[in-house]
Design a protein around this ligand. Structure first.
Ligand SMILES: NC(=O)c1ccc[n+]([C@@H]2O[C@H](COP(=O)([O-])OP(=O)(O)OC[C@H]3O[C@@H](n4cnc5c(N)ncnc54)[C@H](O)[C@@H]3O)[C@@H](O)[C@H]2O)c1
Length: 381
């Protein structure tokens, strides 16, 4: 069995109670290889053996299923495991407690026990739902992921964050529960629309800006090429390495790491929210990265040539670098709400240059306005 060691340590307290410490070690492999799908049946069989699992529940969204379920079904024959398939609707609207209920119900119907392995096939929505369902069903059952969108391959499939949206708020319900394996096959991205590719690319640019100047340069090399022609295996592997490096010291995202990974989201989340979630997450993050870059310029924290590189990369990959004028005051109002919740501090992450970011406690409204004015000028050059 893959080591998943737990220790419960306790000692008596002076008041006659117990001081309890829980240590858990959990390891898993993230396989990254173009064409990996062909070997997944055997890999899942070995994984099930390690986990002591004797059956499989495959969870897929209808979009991923349309393109990849027949091939996945065919290779899973090699696992020799009894299996059930559950289809969930595609898109963010499925990431609700109703979506979770659908999965719990299917797991129950399939006679799921702790000896059942769940495998999620799809984008970030399936990764989040599968993780949350596996975290909660029988207080935690093993699961693996086979992510099929760029966003899921570089971000949602690793880190163990599961969740569902609730009452209009993103990811309000959820839990940390790490997978037992992740199978990343960049070949699966070939069927992804350019829109969803560039959506995921925003998160790749984010992680490159935080931690990996070489990845940033690799993305710059791709400028002028069709998105489908980029070296996705190298990009996905580098983005995953950067994310895992960042998660290393803080796997439950409780410290400064969370702040850094918030790059682009400080402005992107409010923008996404005030657009009524009509602006896709990746586009909102890209605009948020651009505004953070503009803030760096407006407050003298970034140099013009570094800001130029960041803005050029975003525009060259057809990602937005600004926000509609009519929404800007509302974005600022949203930031004000966040500021109040955080006792007057915003913790804005500002990129200085690829691989170097800084956290700024707060900015005045004038810096936000100036950042957007600079982006307007930059866009019309
Ligand atoms: N858990 C985390 O750490 C984390 C990190 C980032 C984002 N997320 C979450 O991820 C979600 C967004 O994920 P997403 O952008 O992958 O969206 P998504 O899961 O909705 O997938 C986008 C669309 O692509 C389709 N699709 C999936 N794979 C395909 C393929 N190979 N070819 C063609 N179409 C395919 C899907 O059916 C869907 O219609 C959000 O809910 C976000 O909150 C989670």
């Amino acid at each position: 069995m893959m080591p998943g060691l737990s220790r419960l340590l306790h000692r008596d307290t002076e008041s006659g109670g117990f001081d309890v410490a829980v240590n858990r070690a959990h390891r898993y492999l993230v396989h990254v290889e173009s064409g990996l799908l062909g070997r997944i049946g055997v890999m899942v069989r070995d994984l099930a053996e390690q986990q002591g699992a004797d059956r499989l529940v495959l969870v897929a969204d209808r979009g991923a299923a349309r393109h990849h379920l027949p091939a996945v079904d065919a290779v899973l024959e090699w696992s020799g495991l009894a299996r059930e398939t559950v289809l969930v609707p595609e898109g963010e609207s499925a990431k609700t407690t109703d979506g979770l209920d659908l999965l719990w119900h299917a797991l129950h119907r399939a006679g799921t026990t702790r000896r059942t392995l769940v495998l999620g096939l799809g984008g970030g929505v399936v990764c989040d739902l599968t993780t949350a369902a596996a975290a909660t069903y029988m207080r935690g059952i093993p699961y693996a992921l086979l992510p099929t969108t760029l966003l899921a391959q570089v971000d949602a499939a690793v880190g163990g964050k599961g969740g569902a949206d609730y009452q209009g708020a993103k990811n309000l319900i959820g839990a940390f529960h790490h997978p037992v394996a992740v199978f990343v096959d960049p070949e699966l991205l070939r069927t992804l629309s350019p829109h969803h590719l560039s959506n995921g690319l925003a998160e790749v640019v984010k992680v490159a800006l935080i931690a990996d100047p070489a990845l940033f340069a690799l993305l710059e090399d791709g400028v002028g090429r069709e998105l489908s022609d980029l070296p996705w295996e190298a990009i996905v592997r580098a983005a995953l390495r950067a994310k895992l490096d960042l998660l290393g010291p803080d796997p439950f995202e409780q410290g400064d790491l969370r702040r850094l990974l918030n790059l682009g989201h400080c402005f992107g989340h409010p923008y996404e929210a005030v657009s009524g979630f009509r602006v896709p997450h990746g586009e909102a993050v890209a605009a948020g990265l651009a505004v953070a870059t503009g803030v760096g310029l407006a407050t003298g924290r970034s140099r013009a040539q570094d800001a130029d590189r960041i803005l050029a990369l975003l525009t060259d990959h057809r990602l937005p670098i600004t926000m509609p004028r009519e929404l800007r005051p509302r974005v600022w109002d949203e930031l004000d709400t966040v500021r109040r919740v955080r006792n007057g501090v915003l913790h804005l992450v500002v990129p200085r240059s690829p691989g170097r970011c800084t956290v700024v406690d707060d900015i005045p409204r004038s810096a936000f306005d100036e950042a957007l004015a600079r982006l307007d000028t930059w866009s019309t050059r």
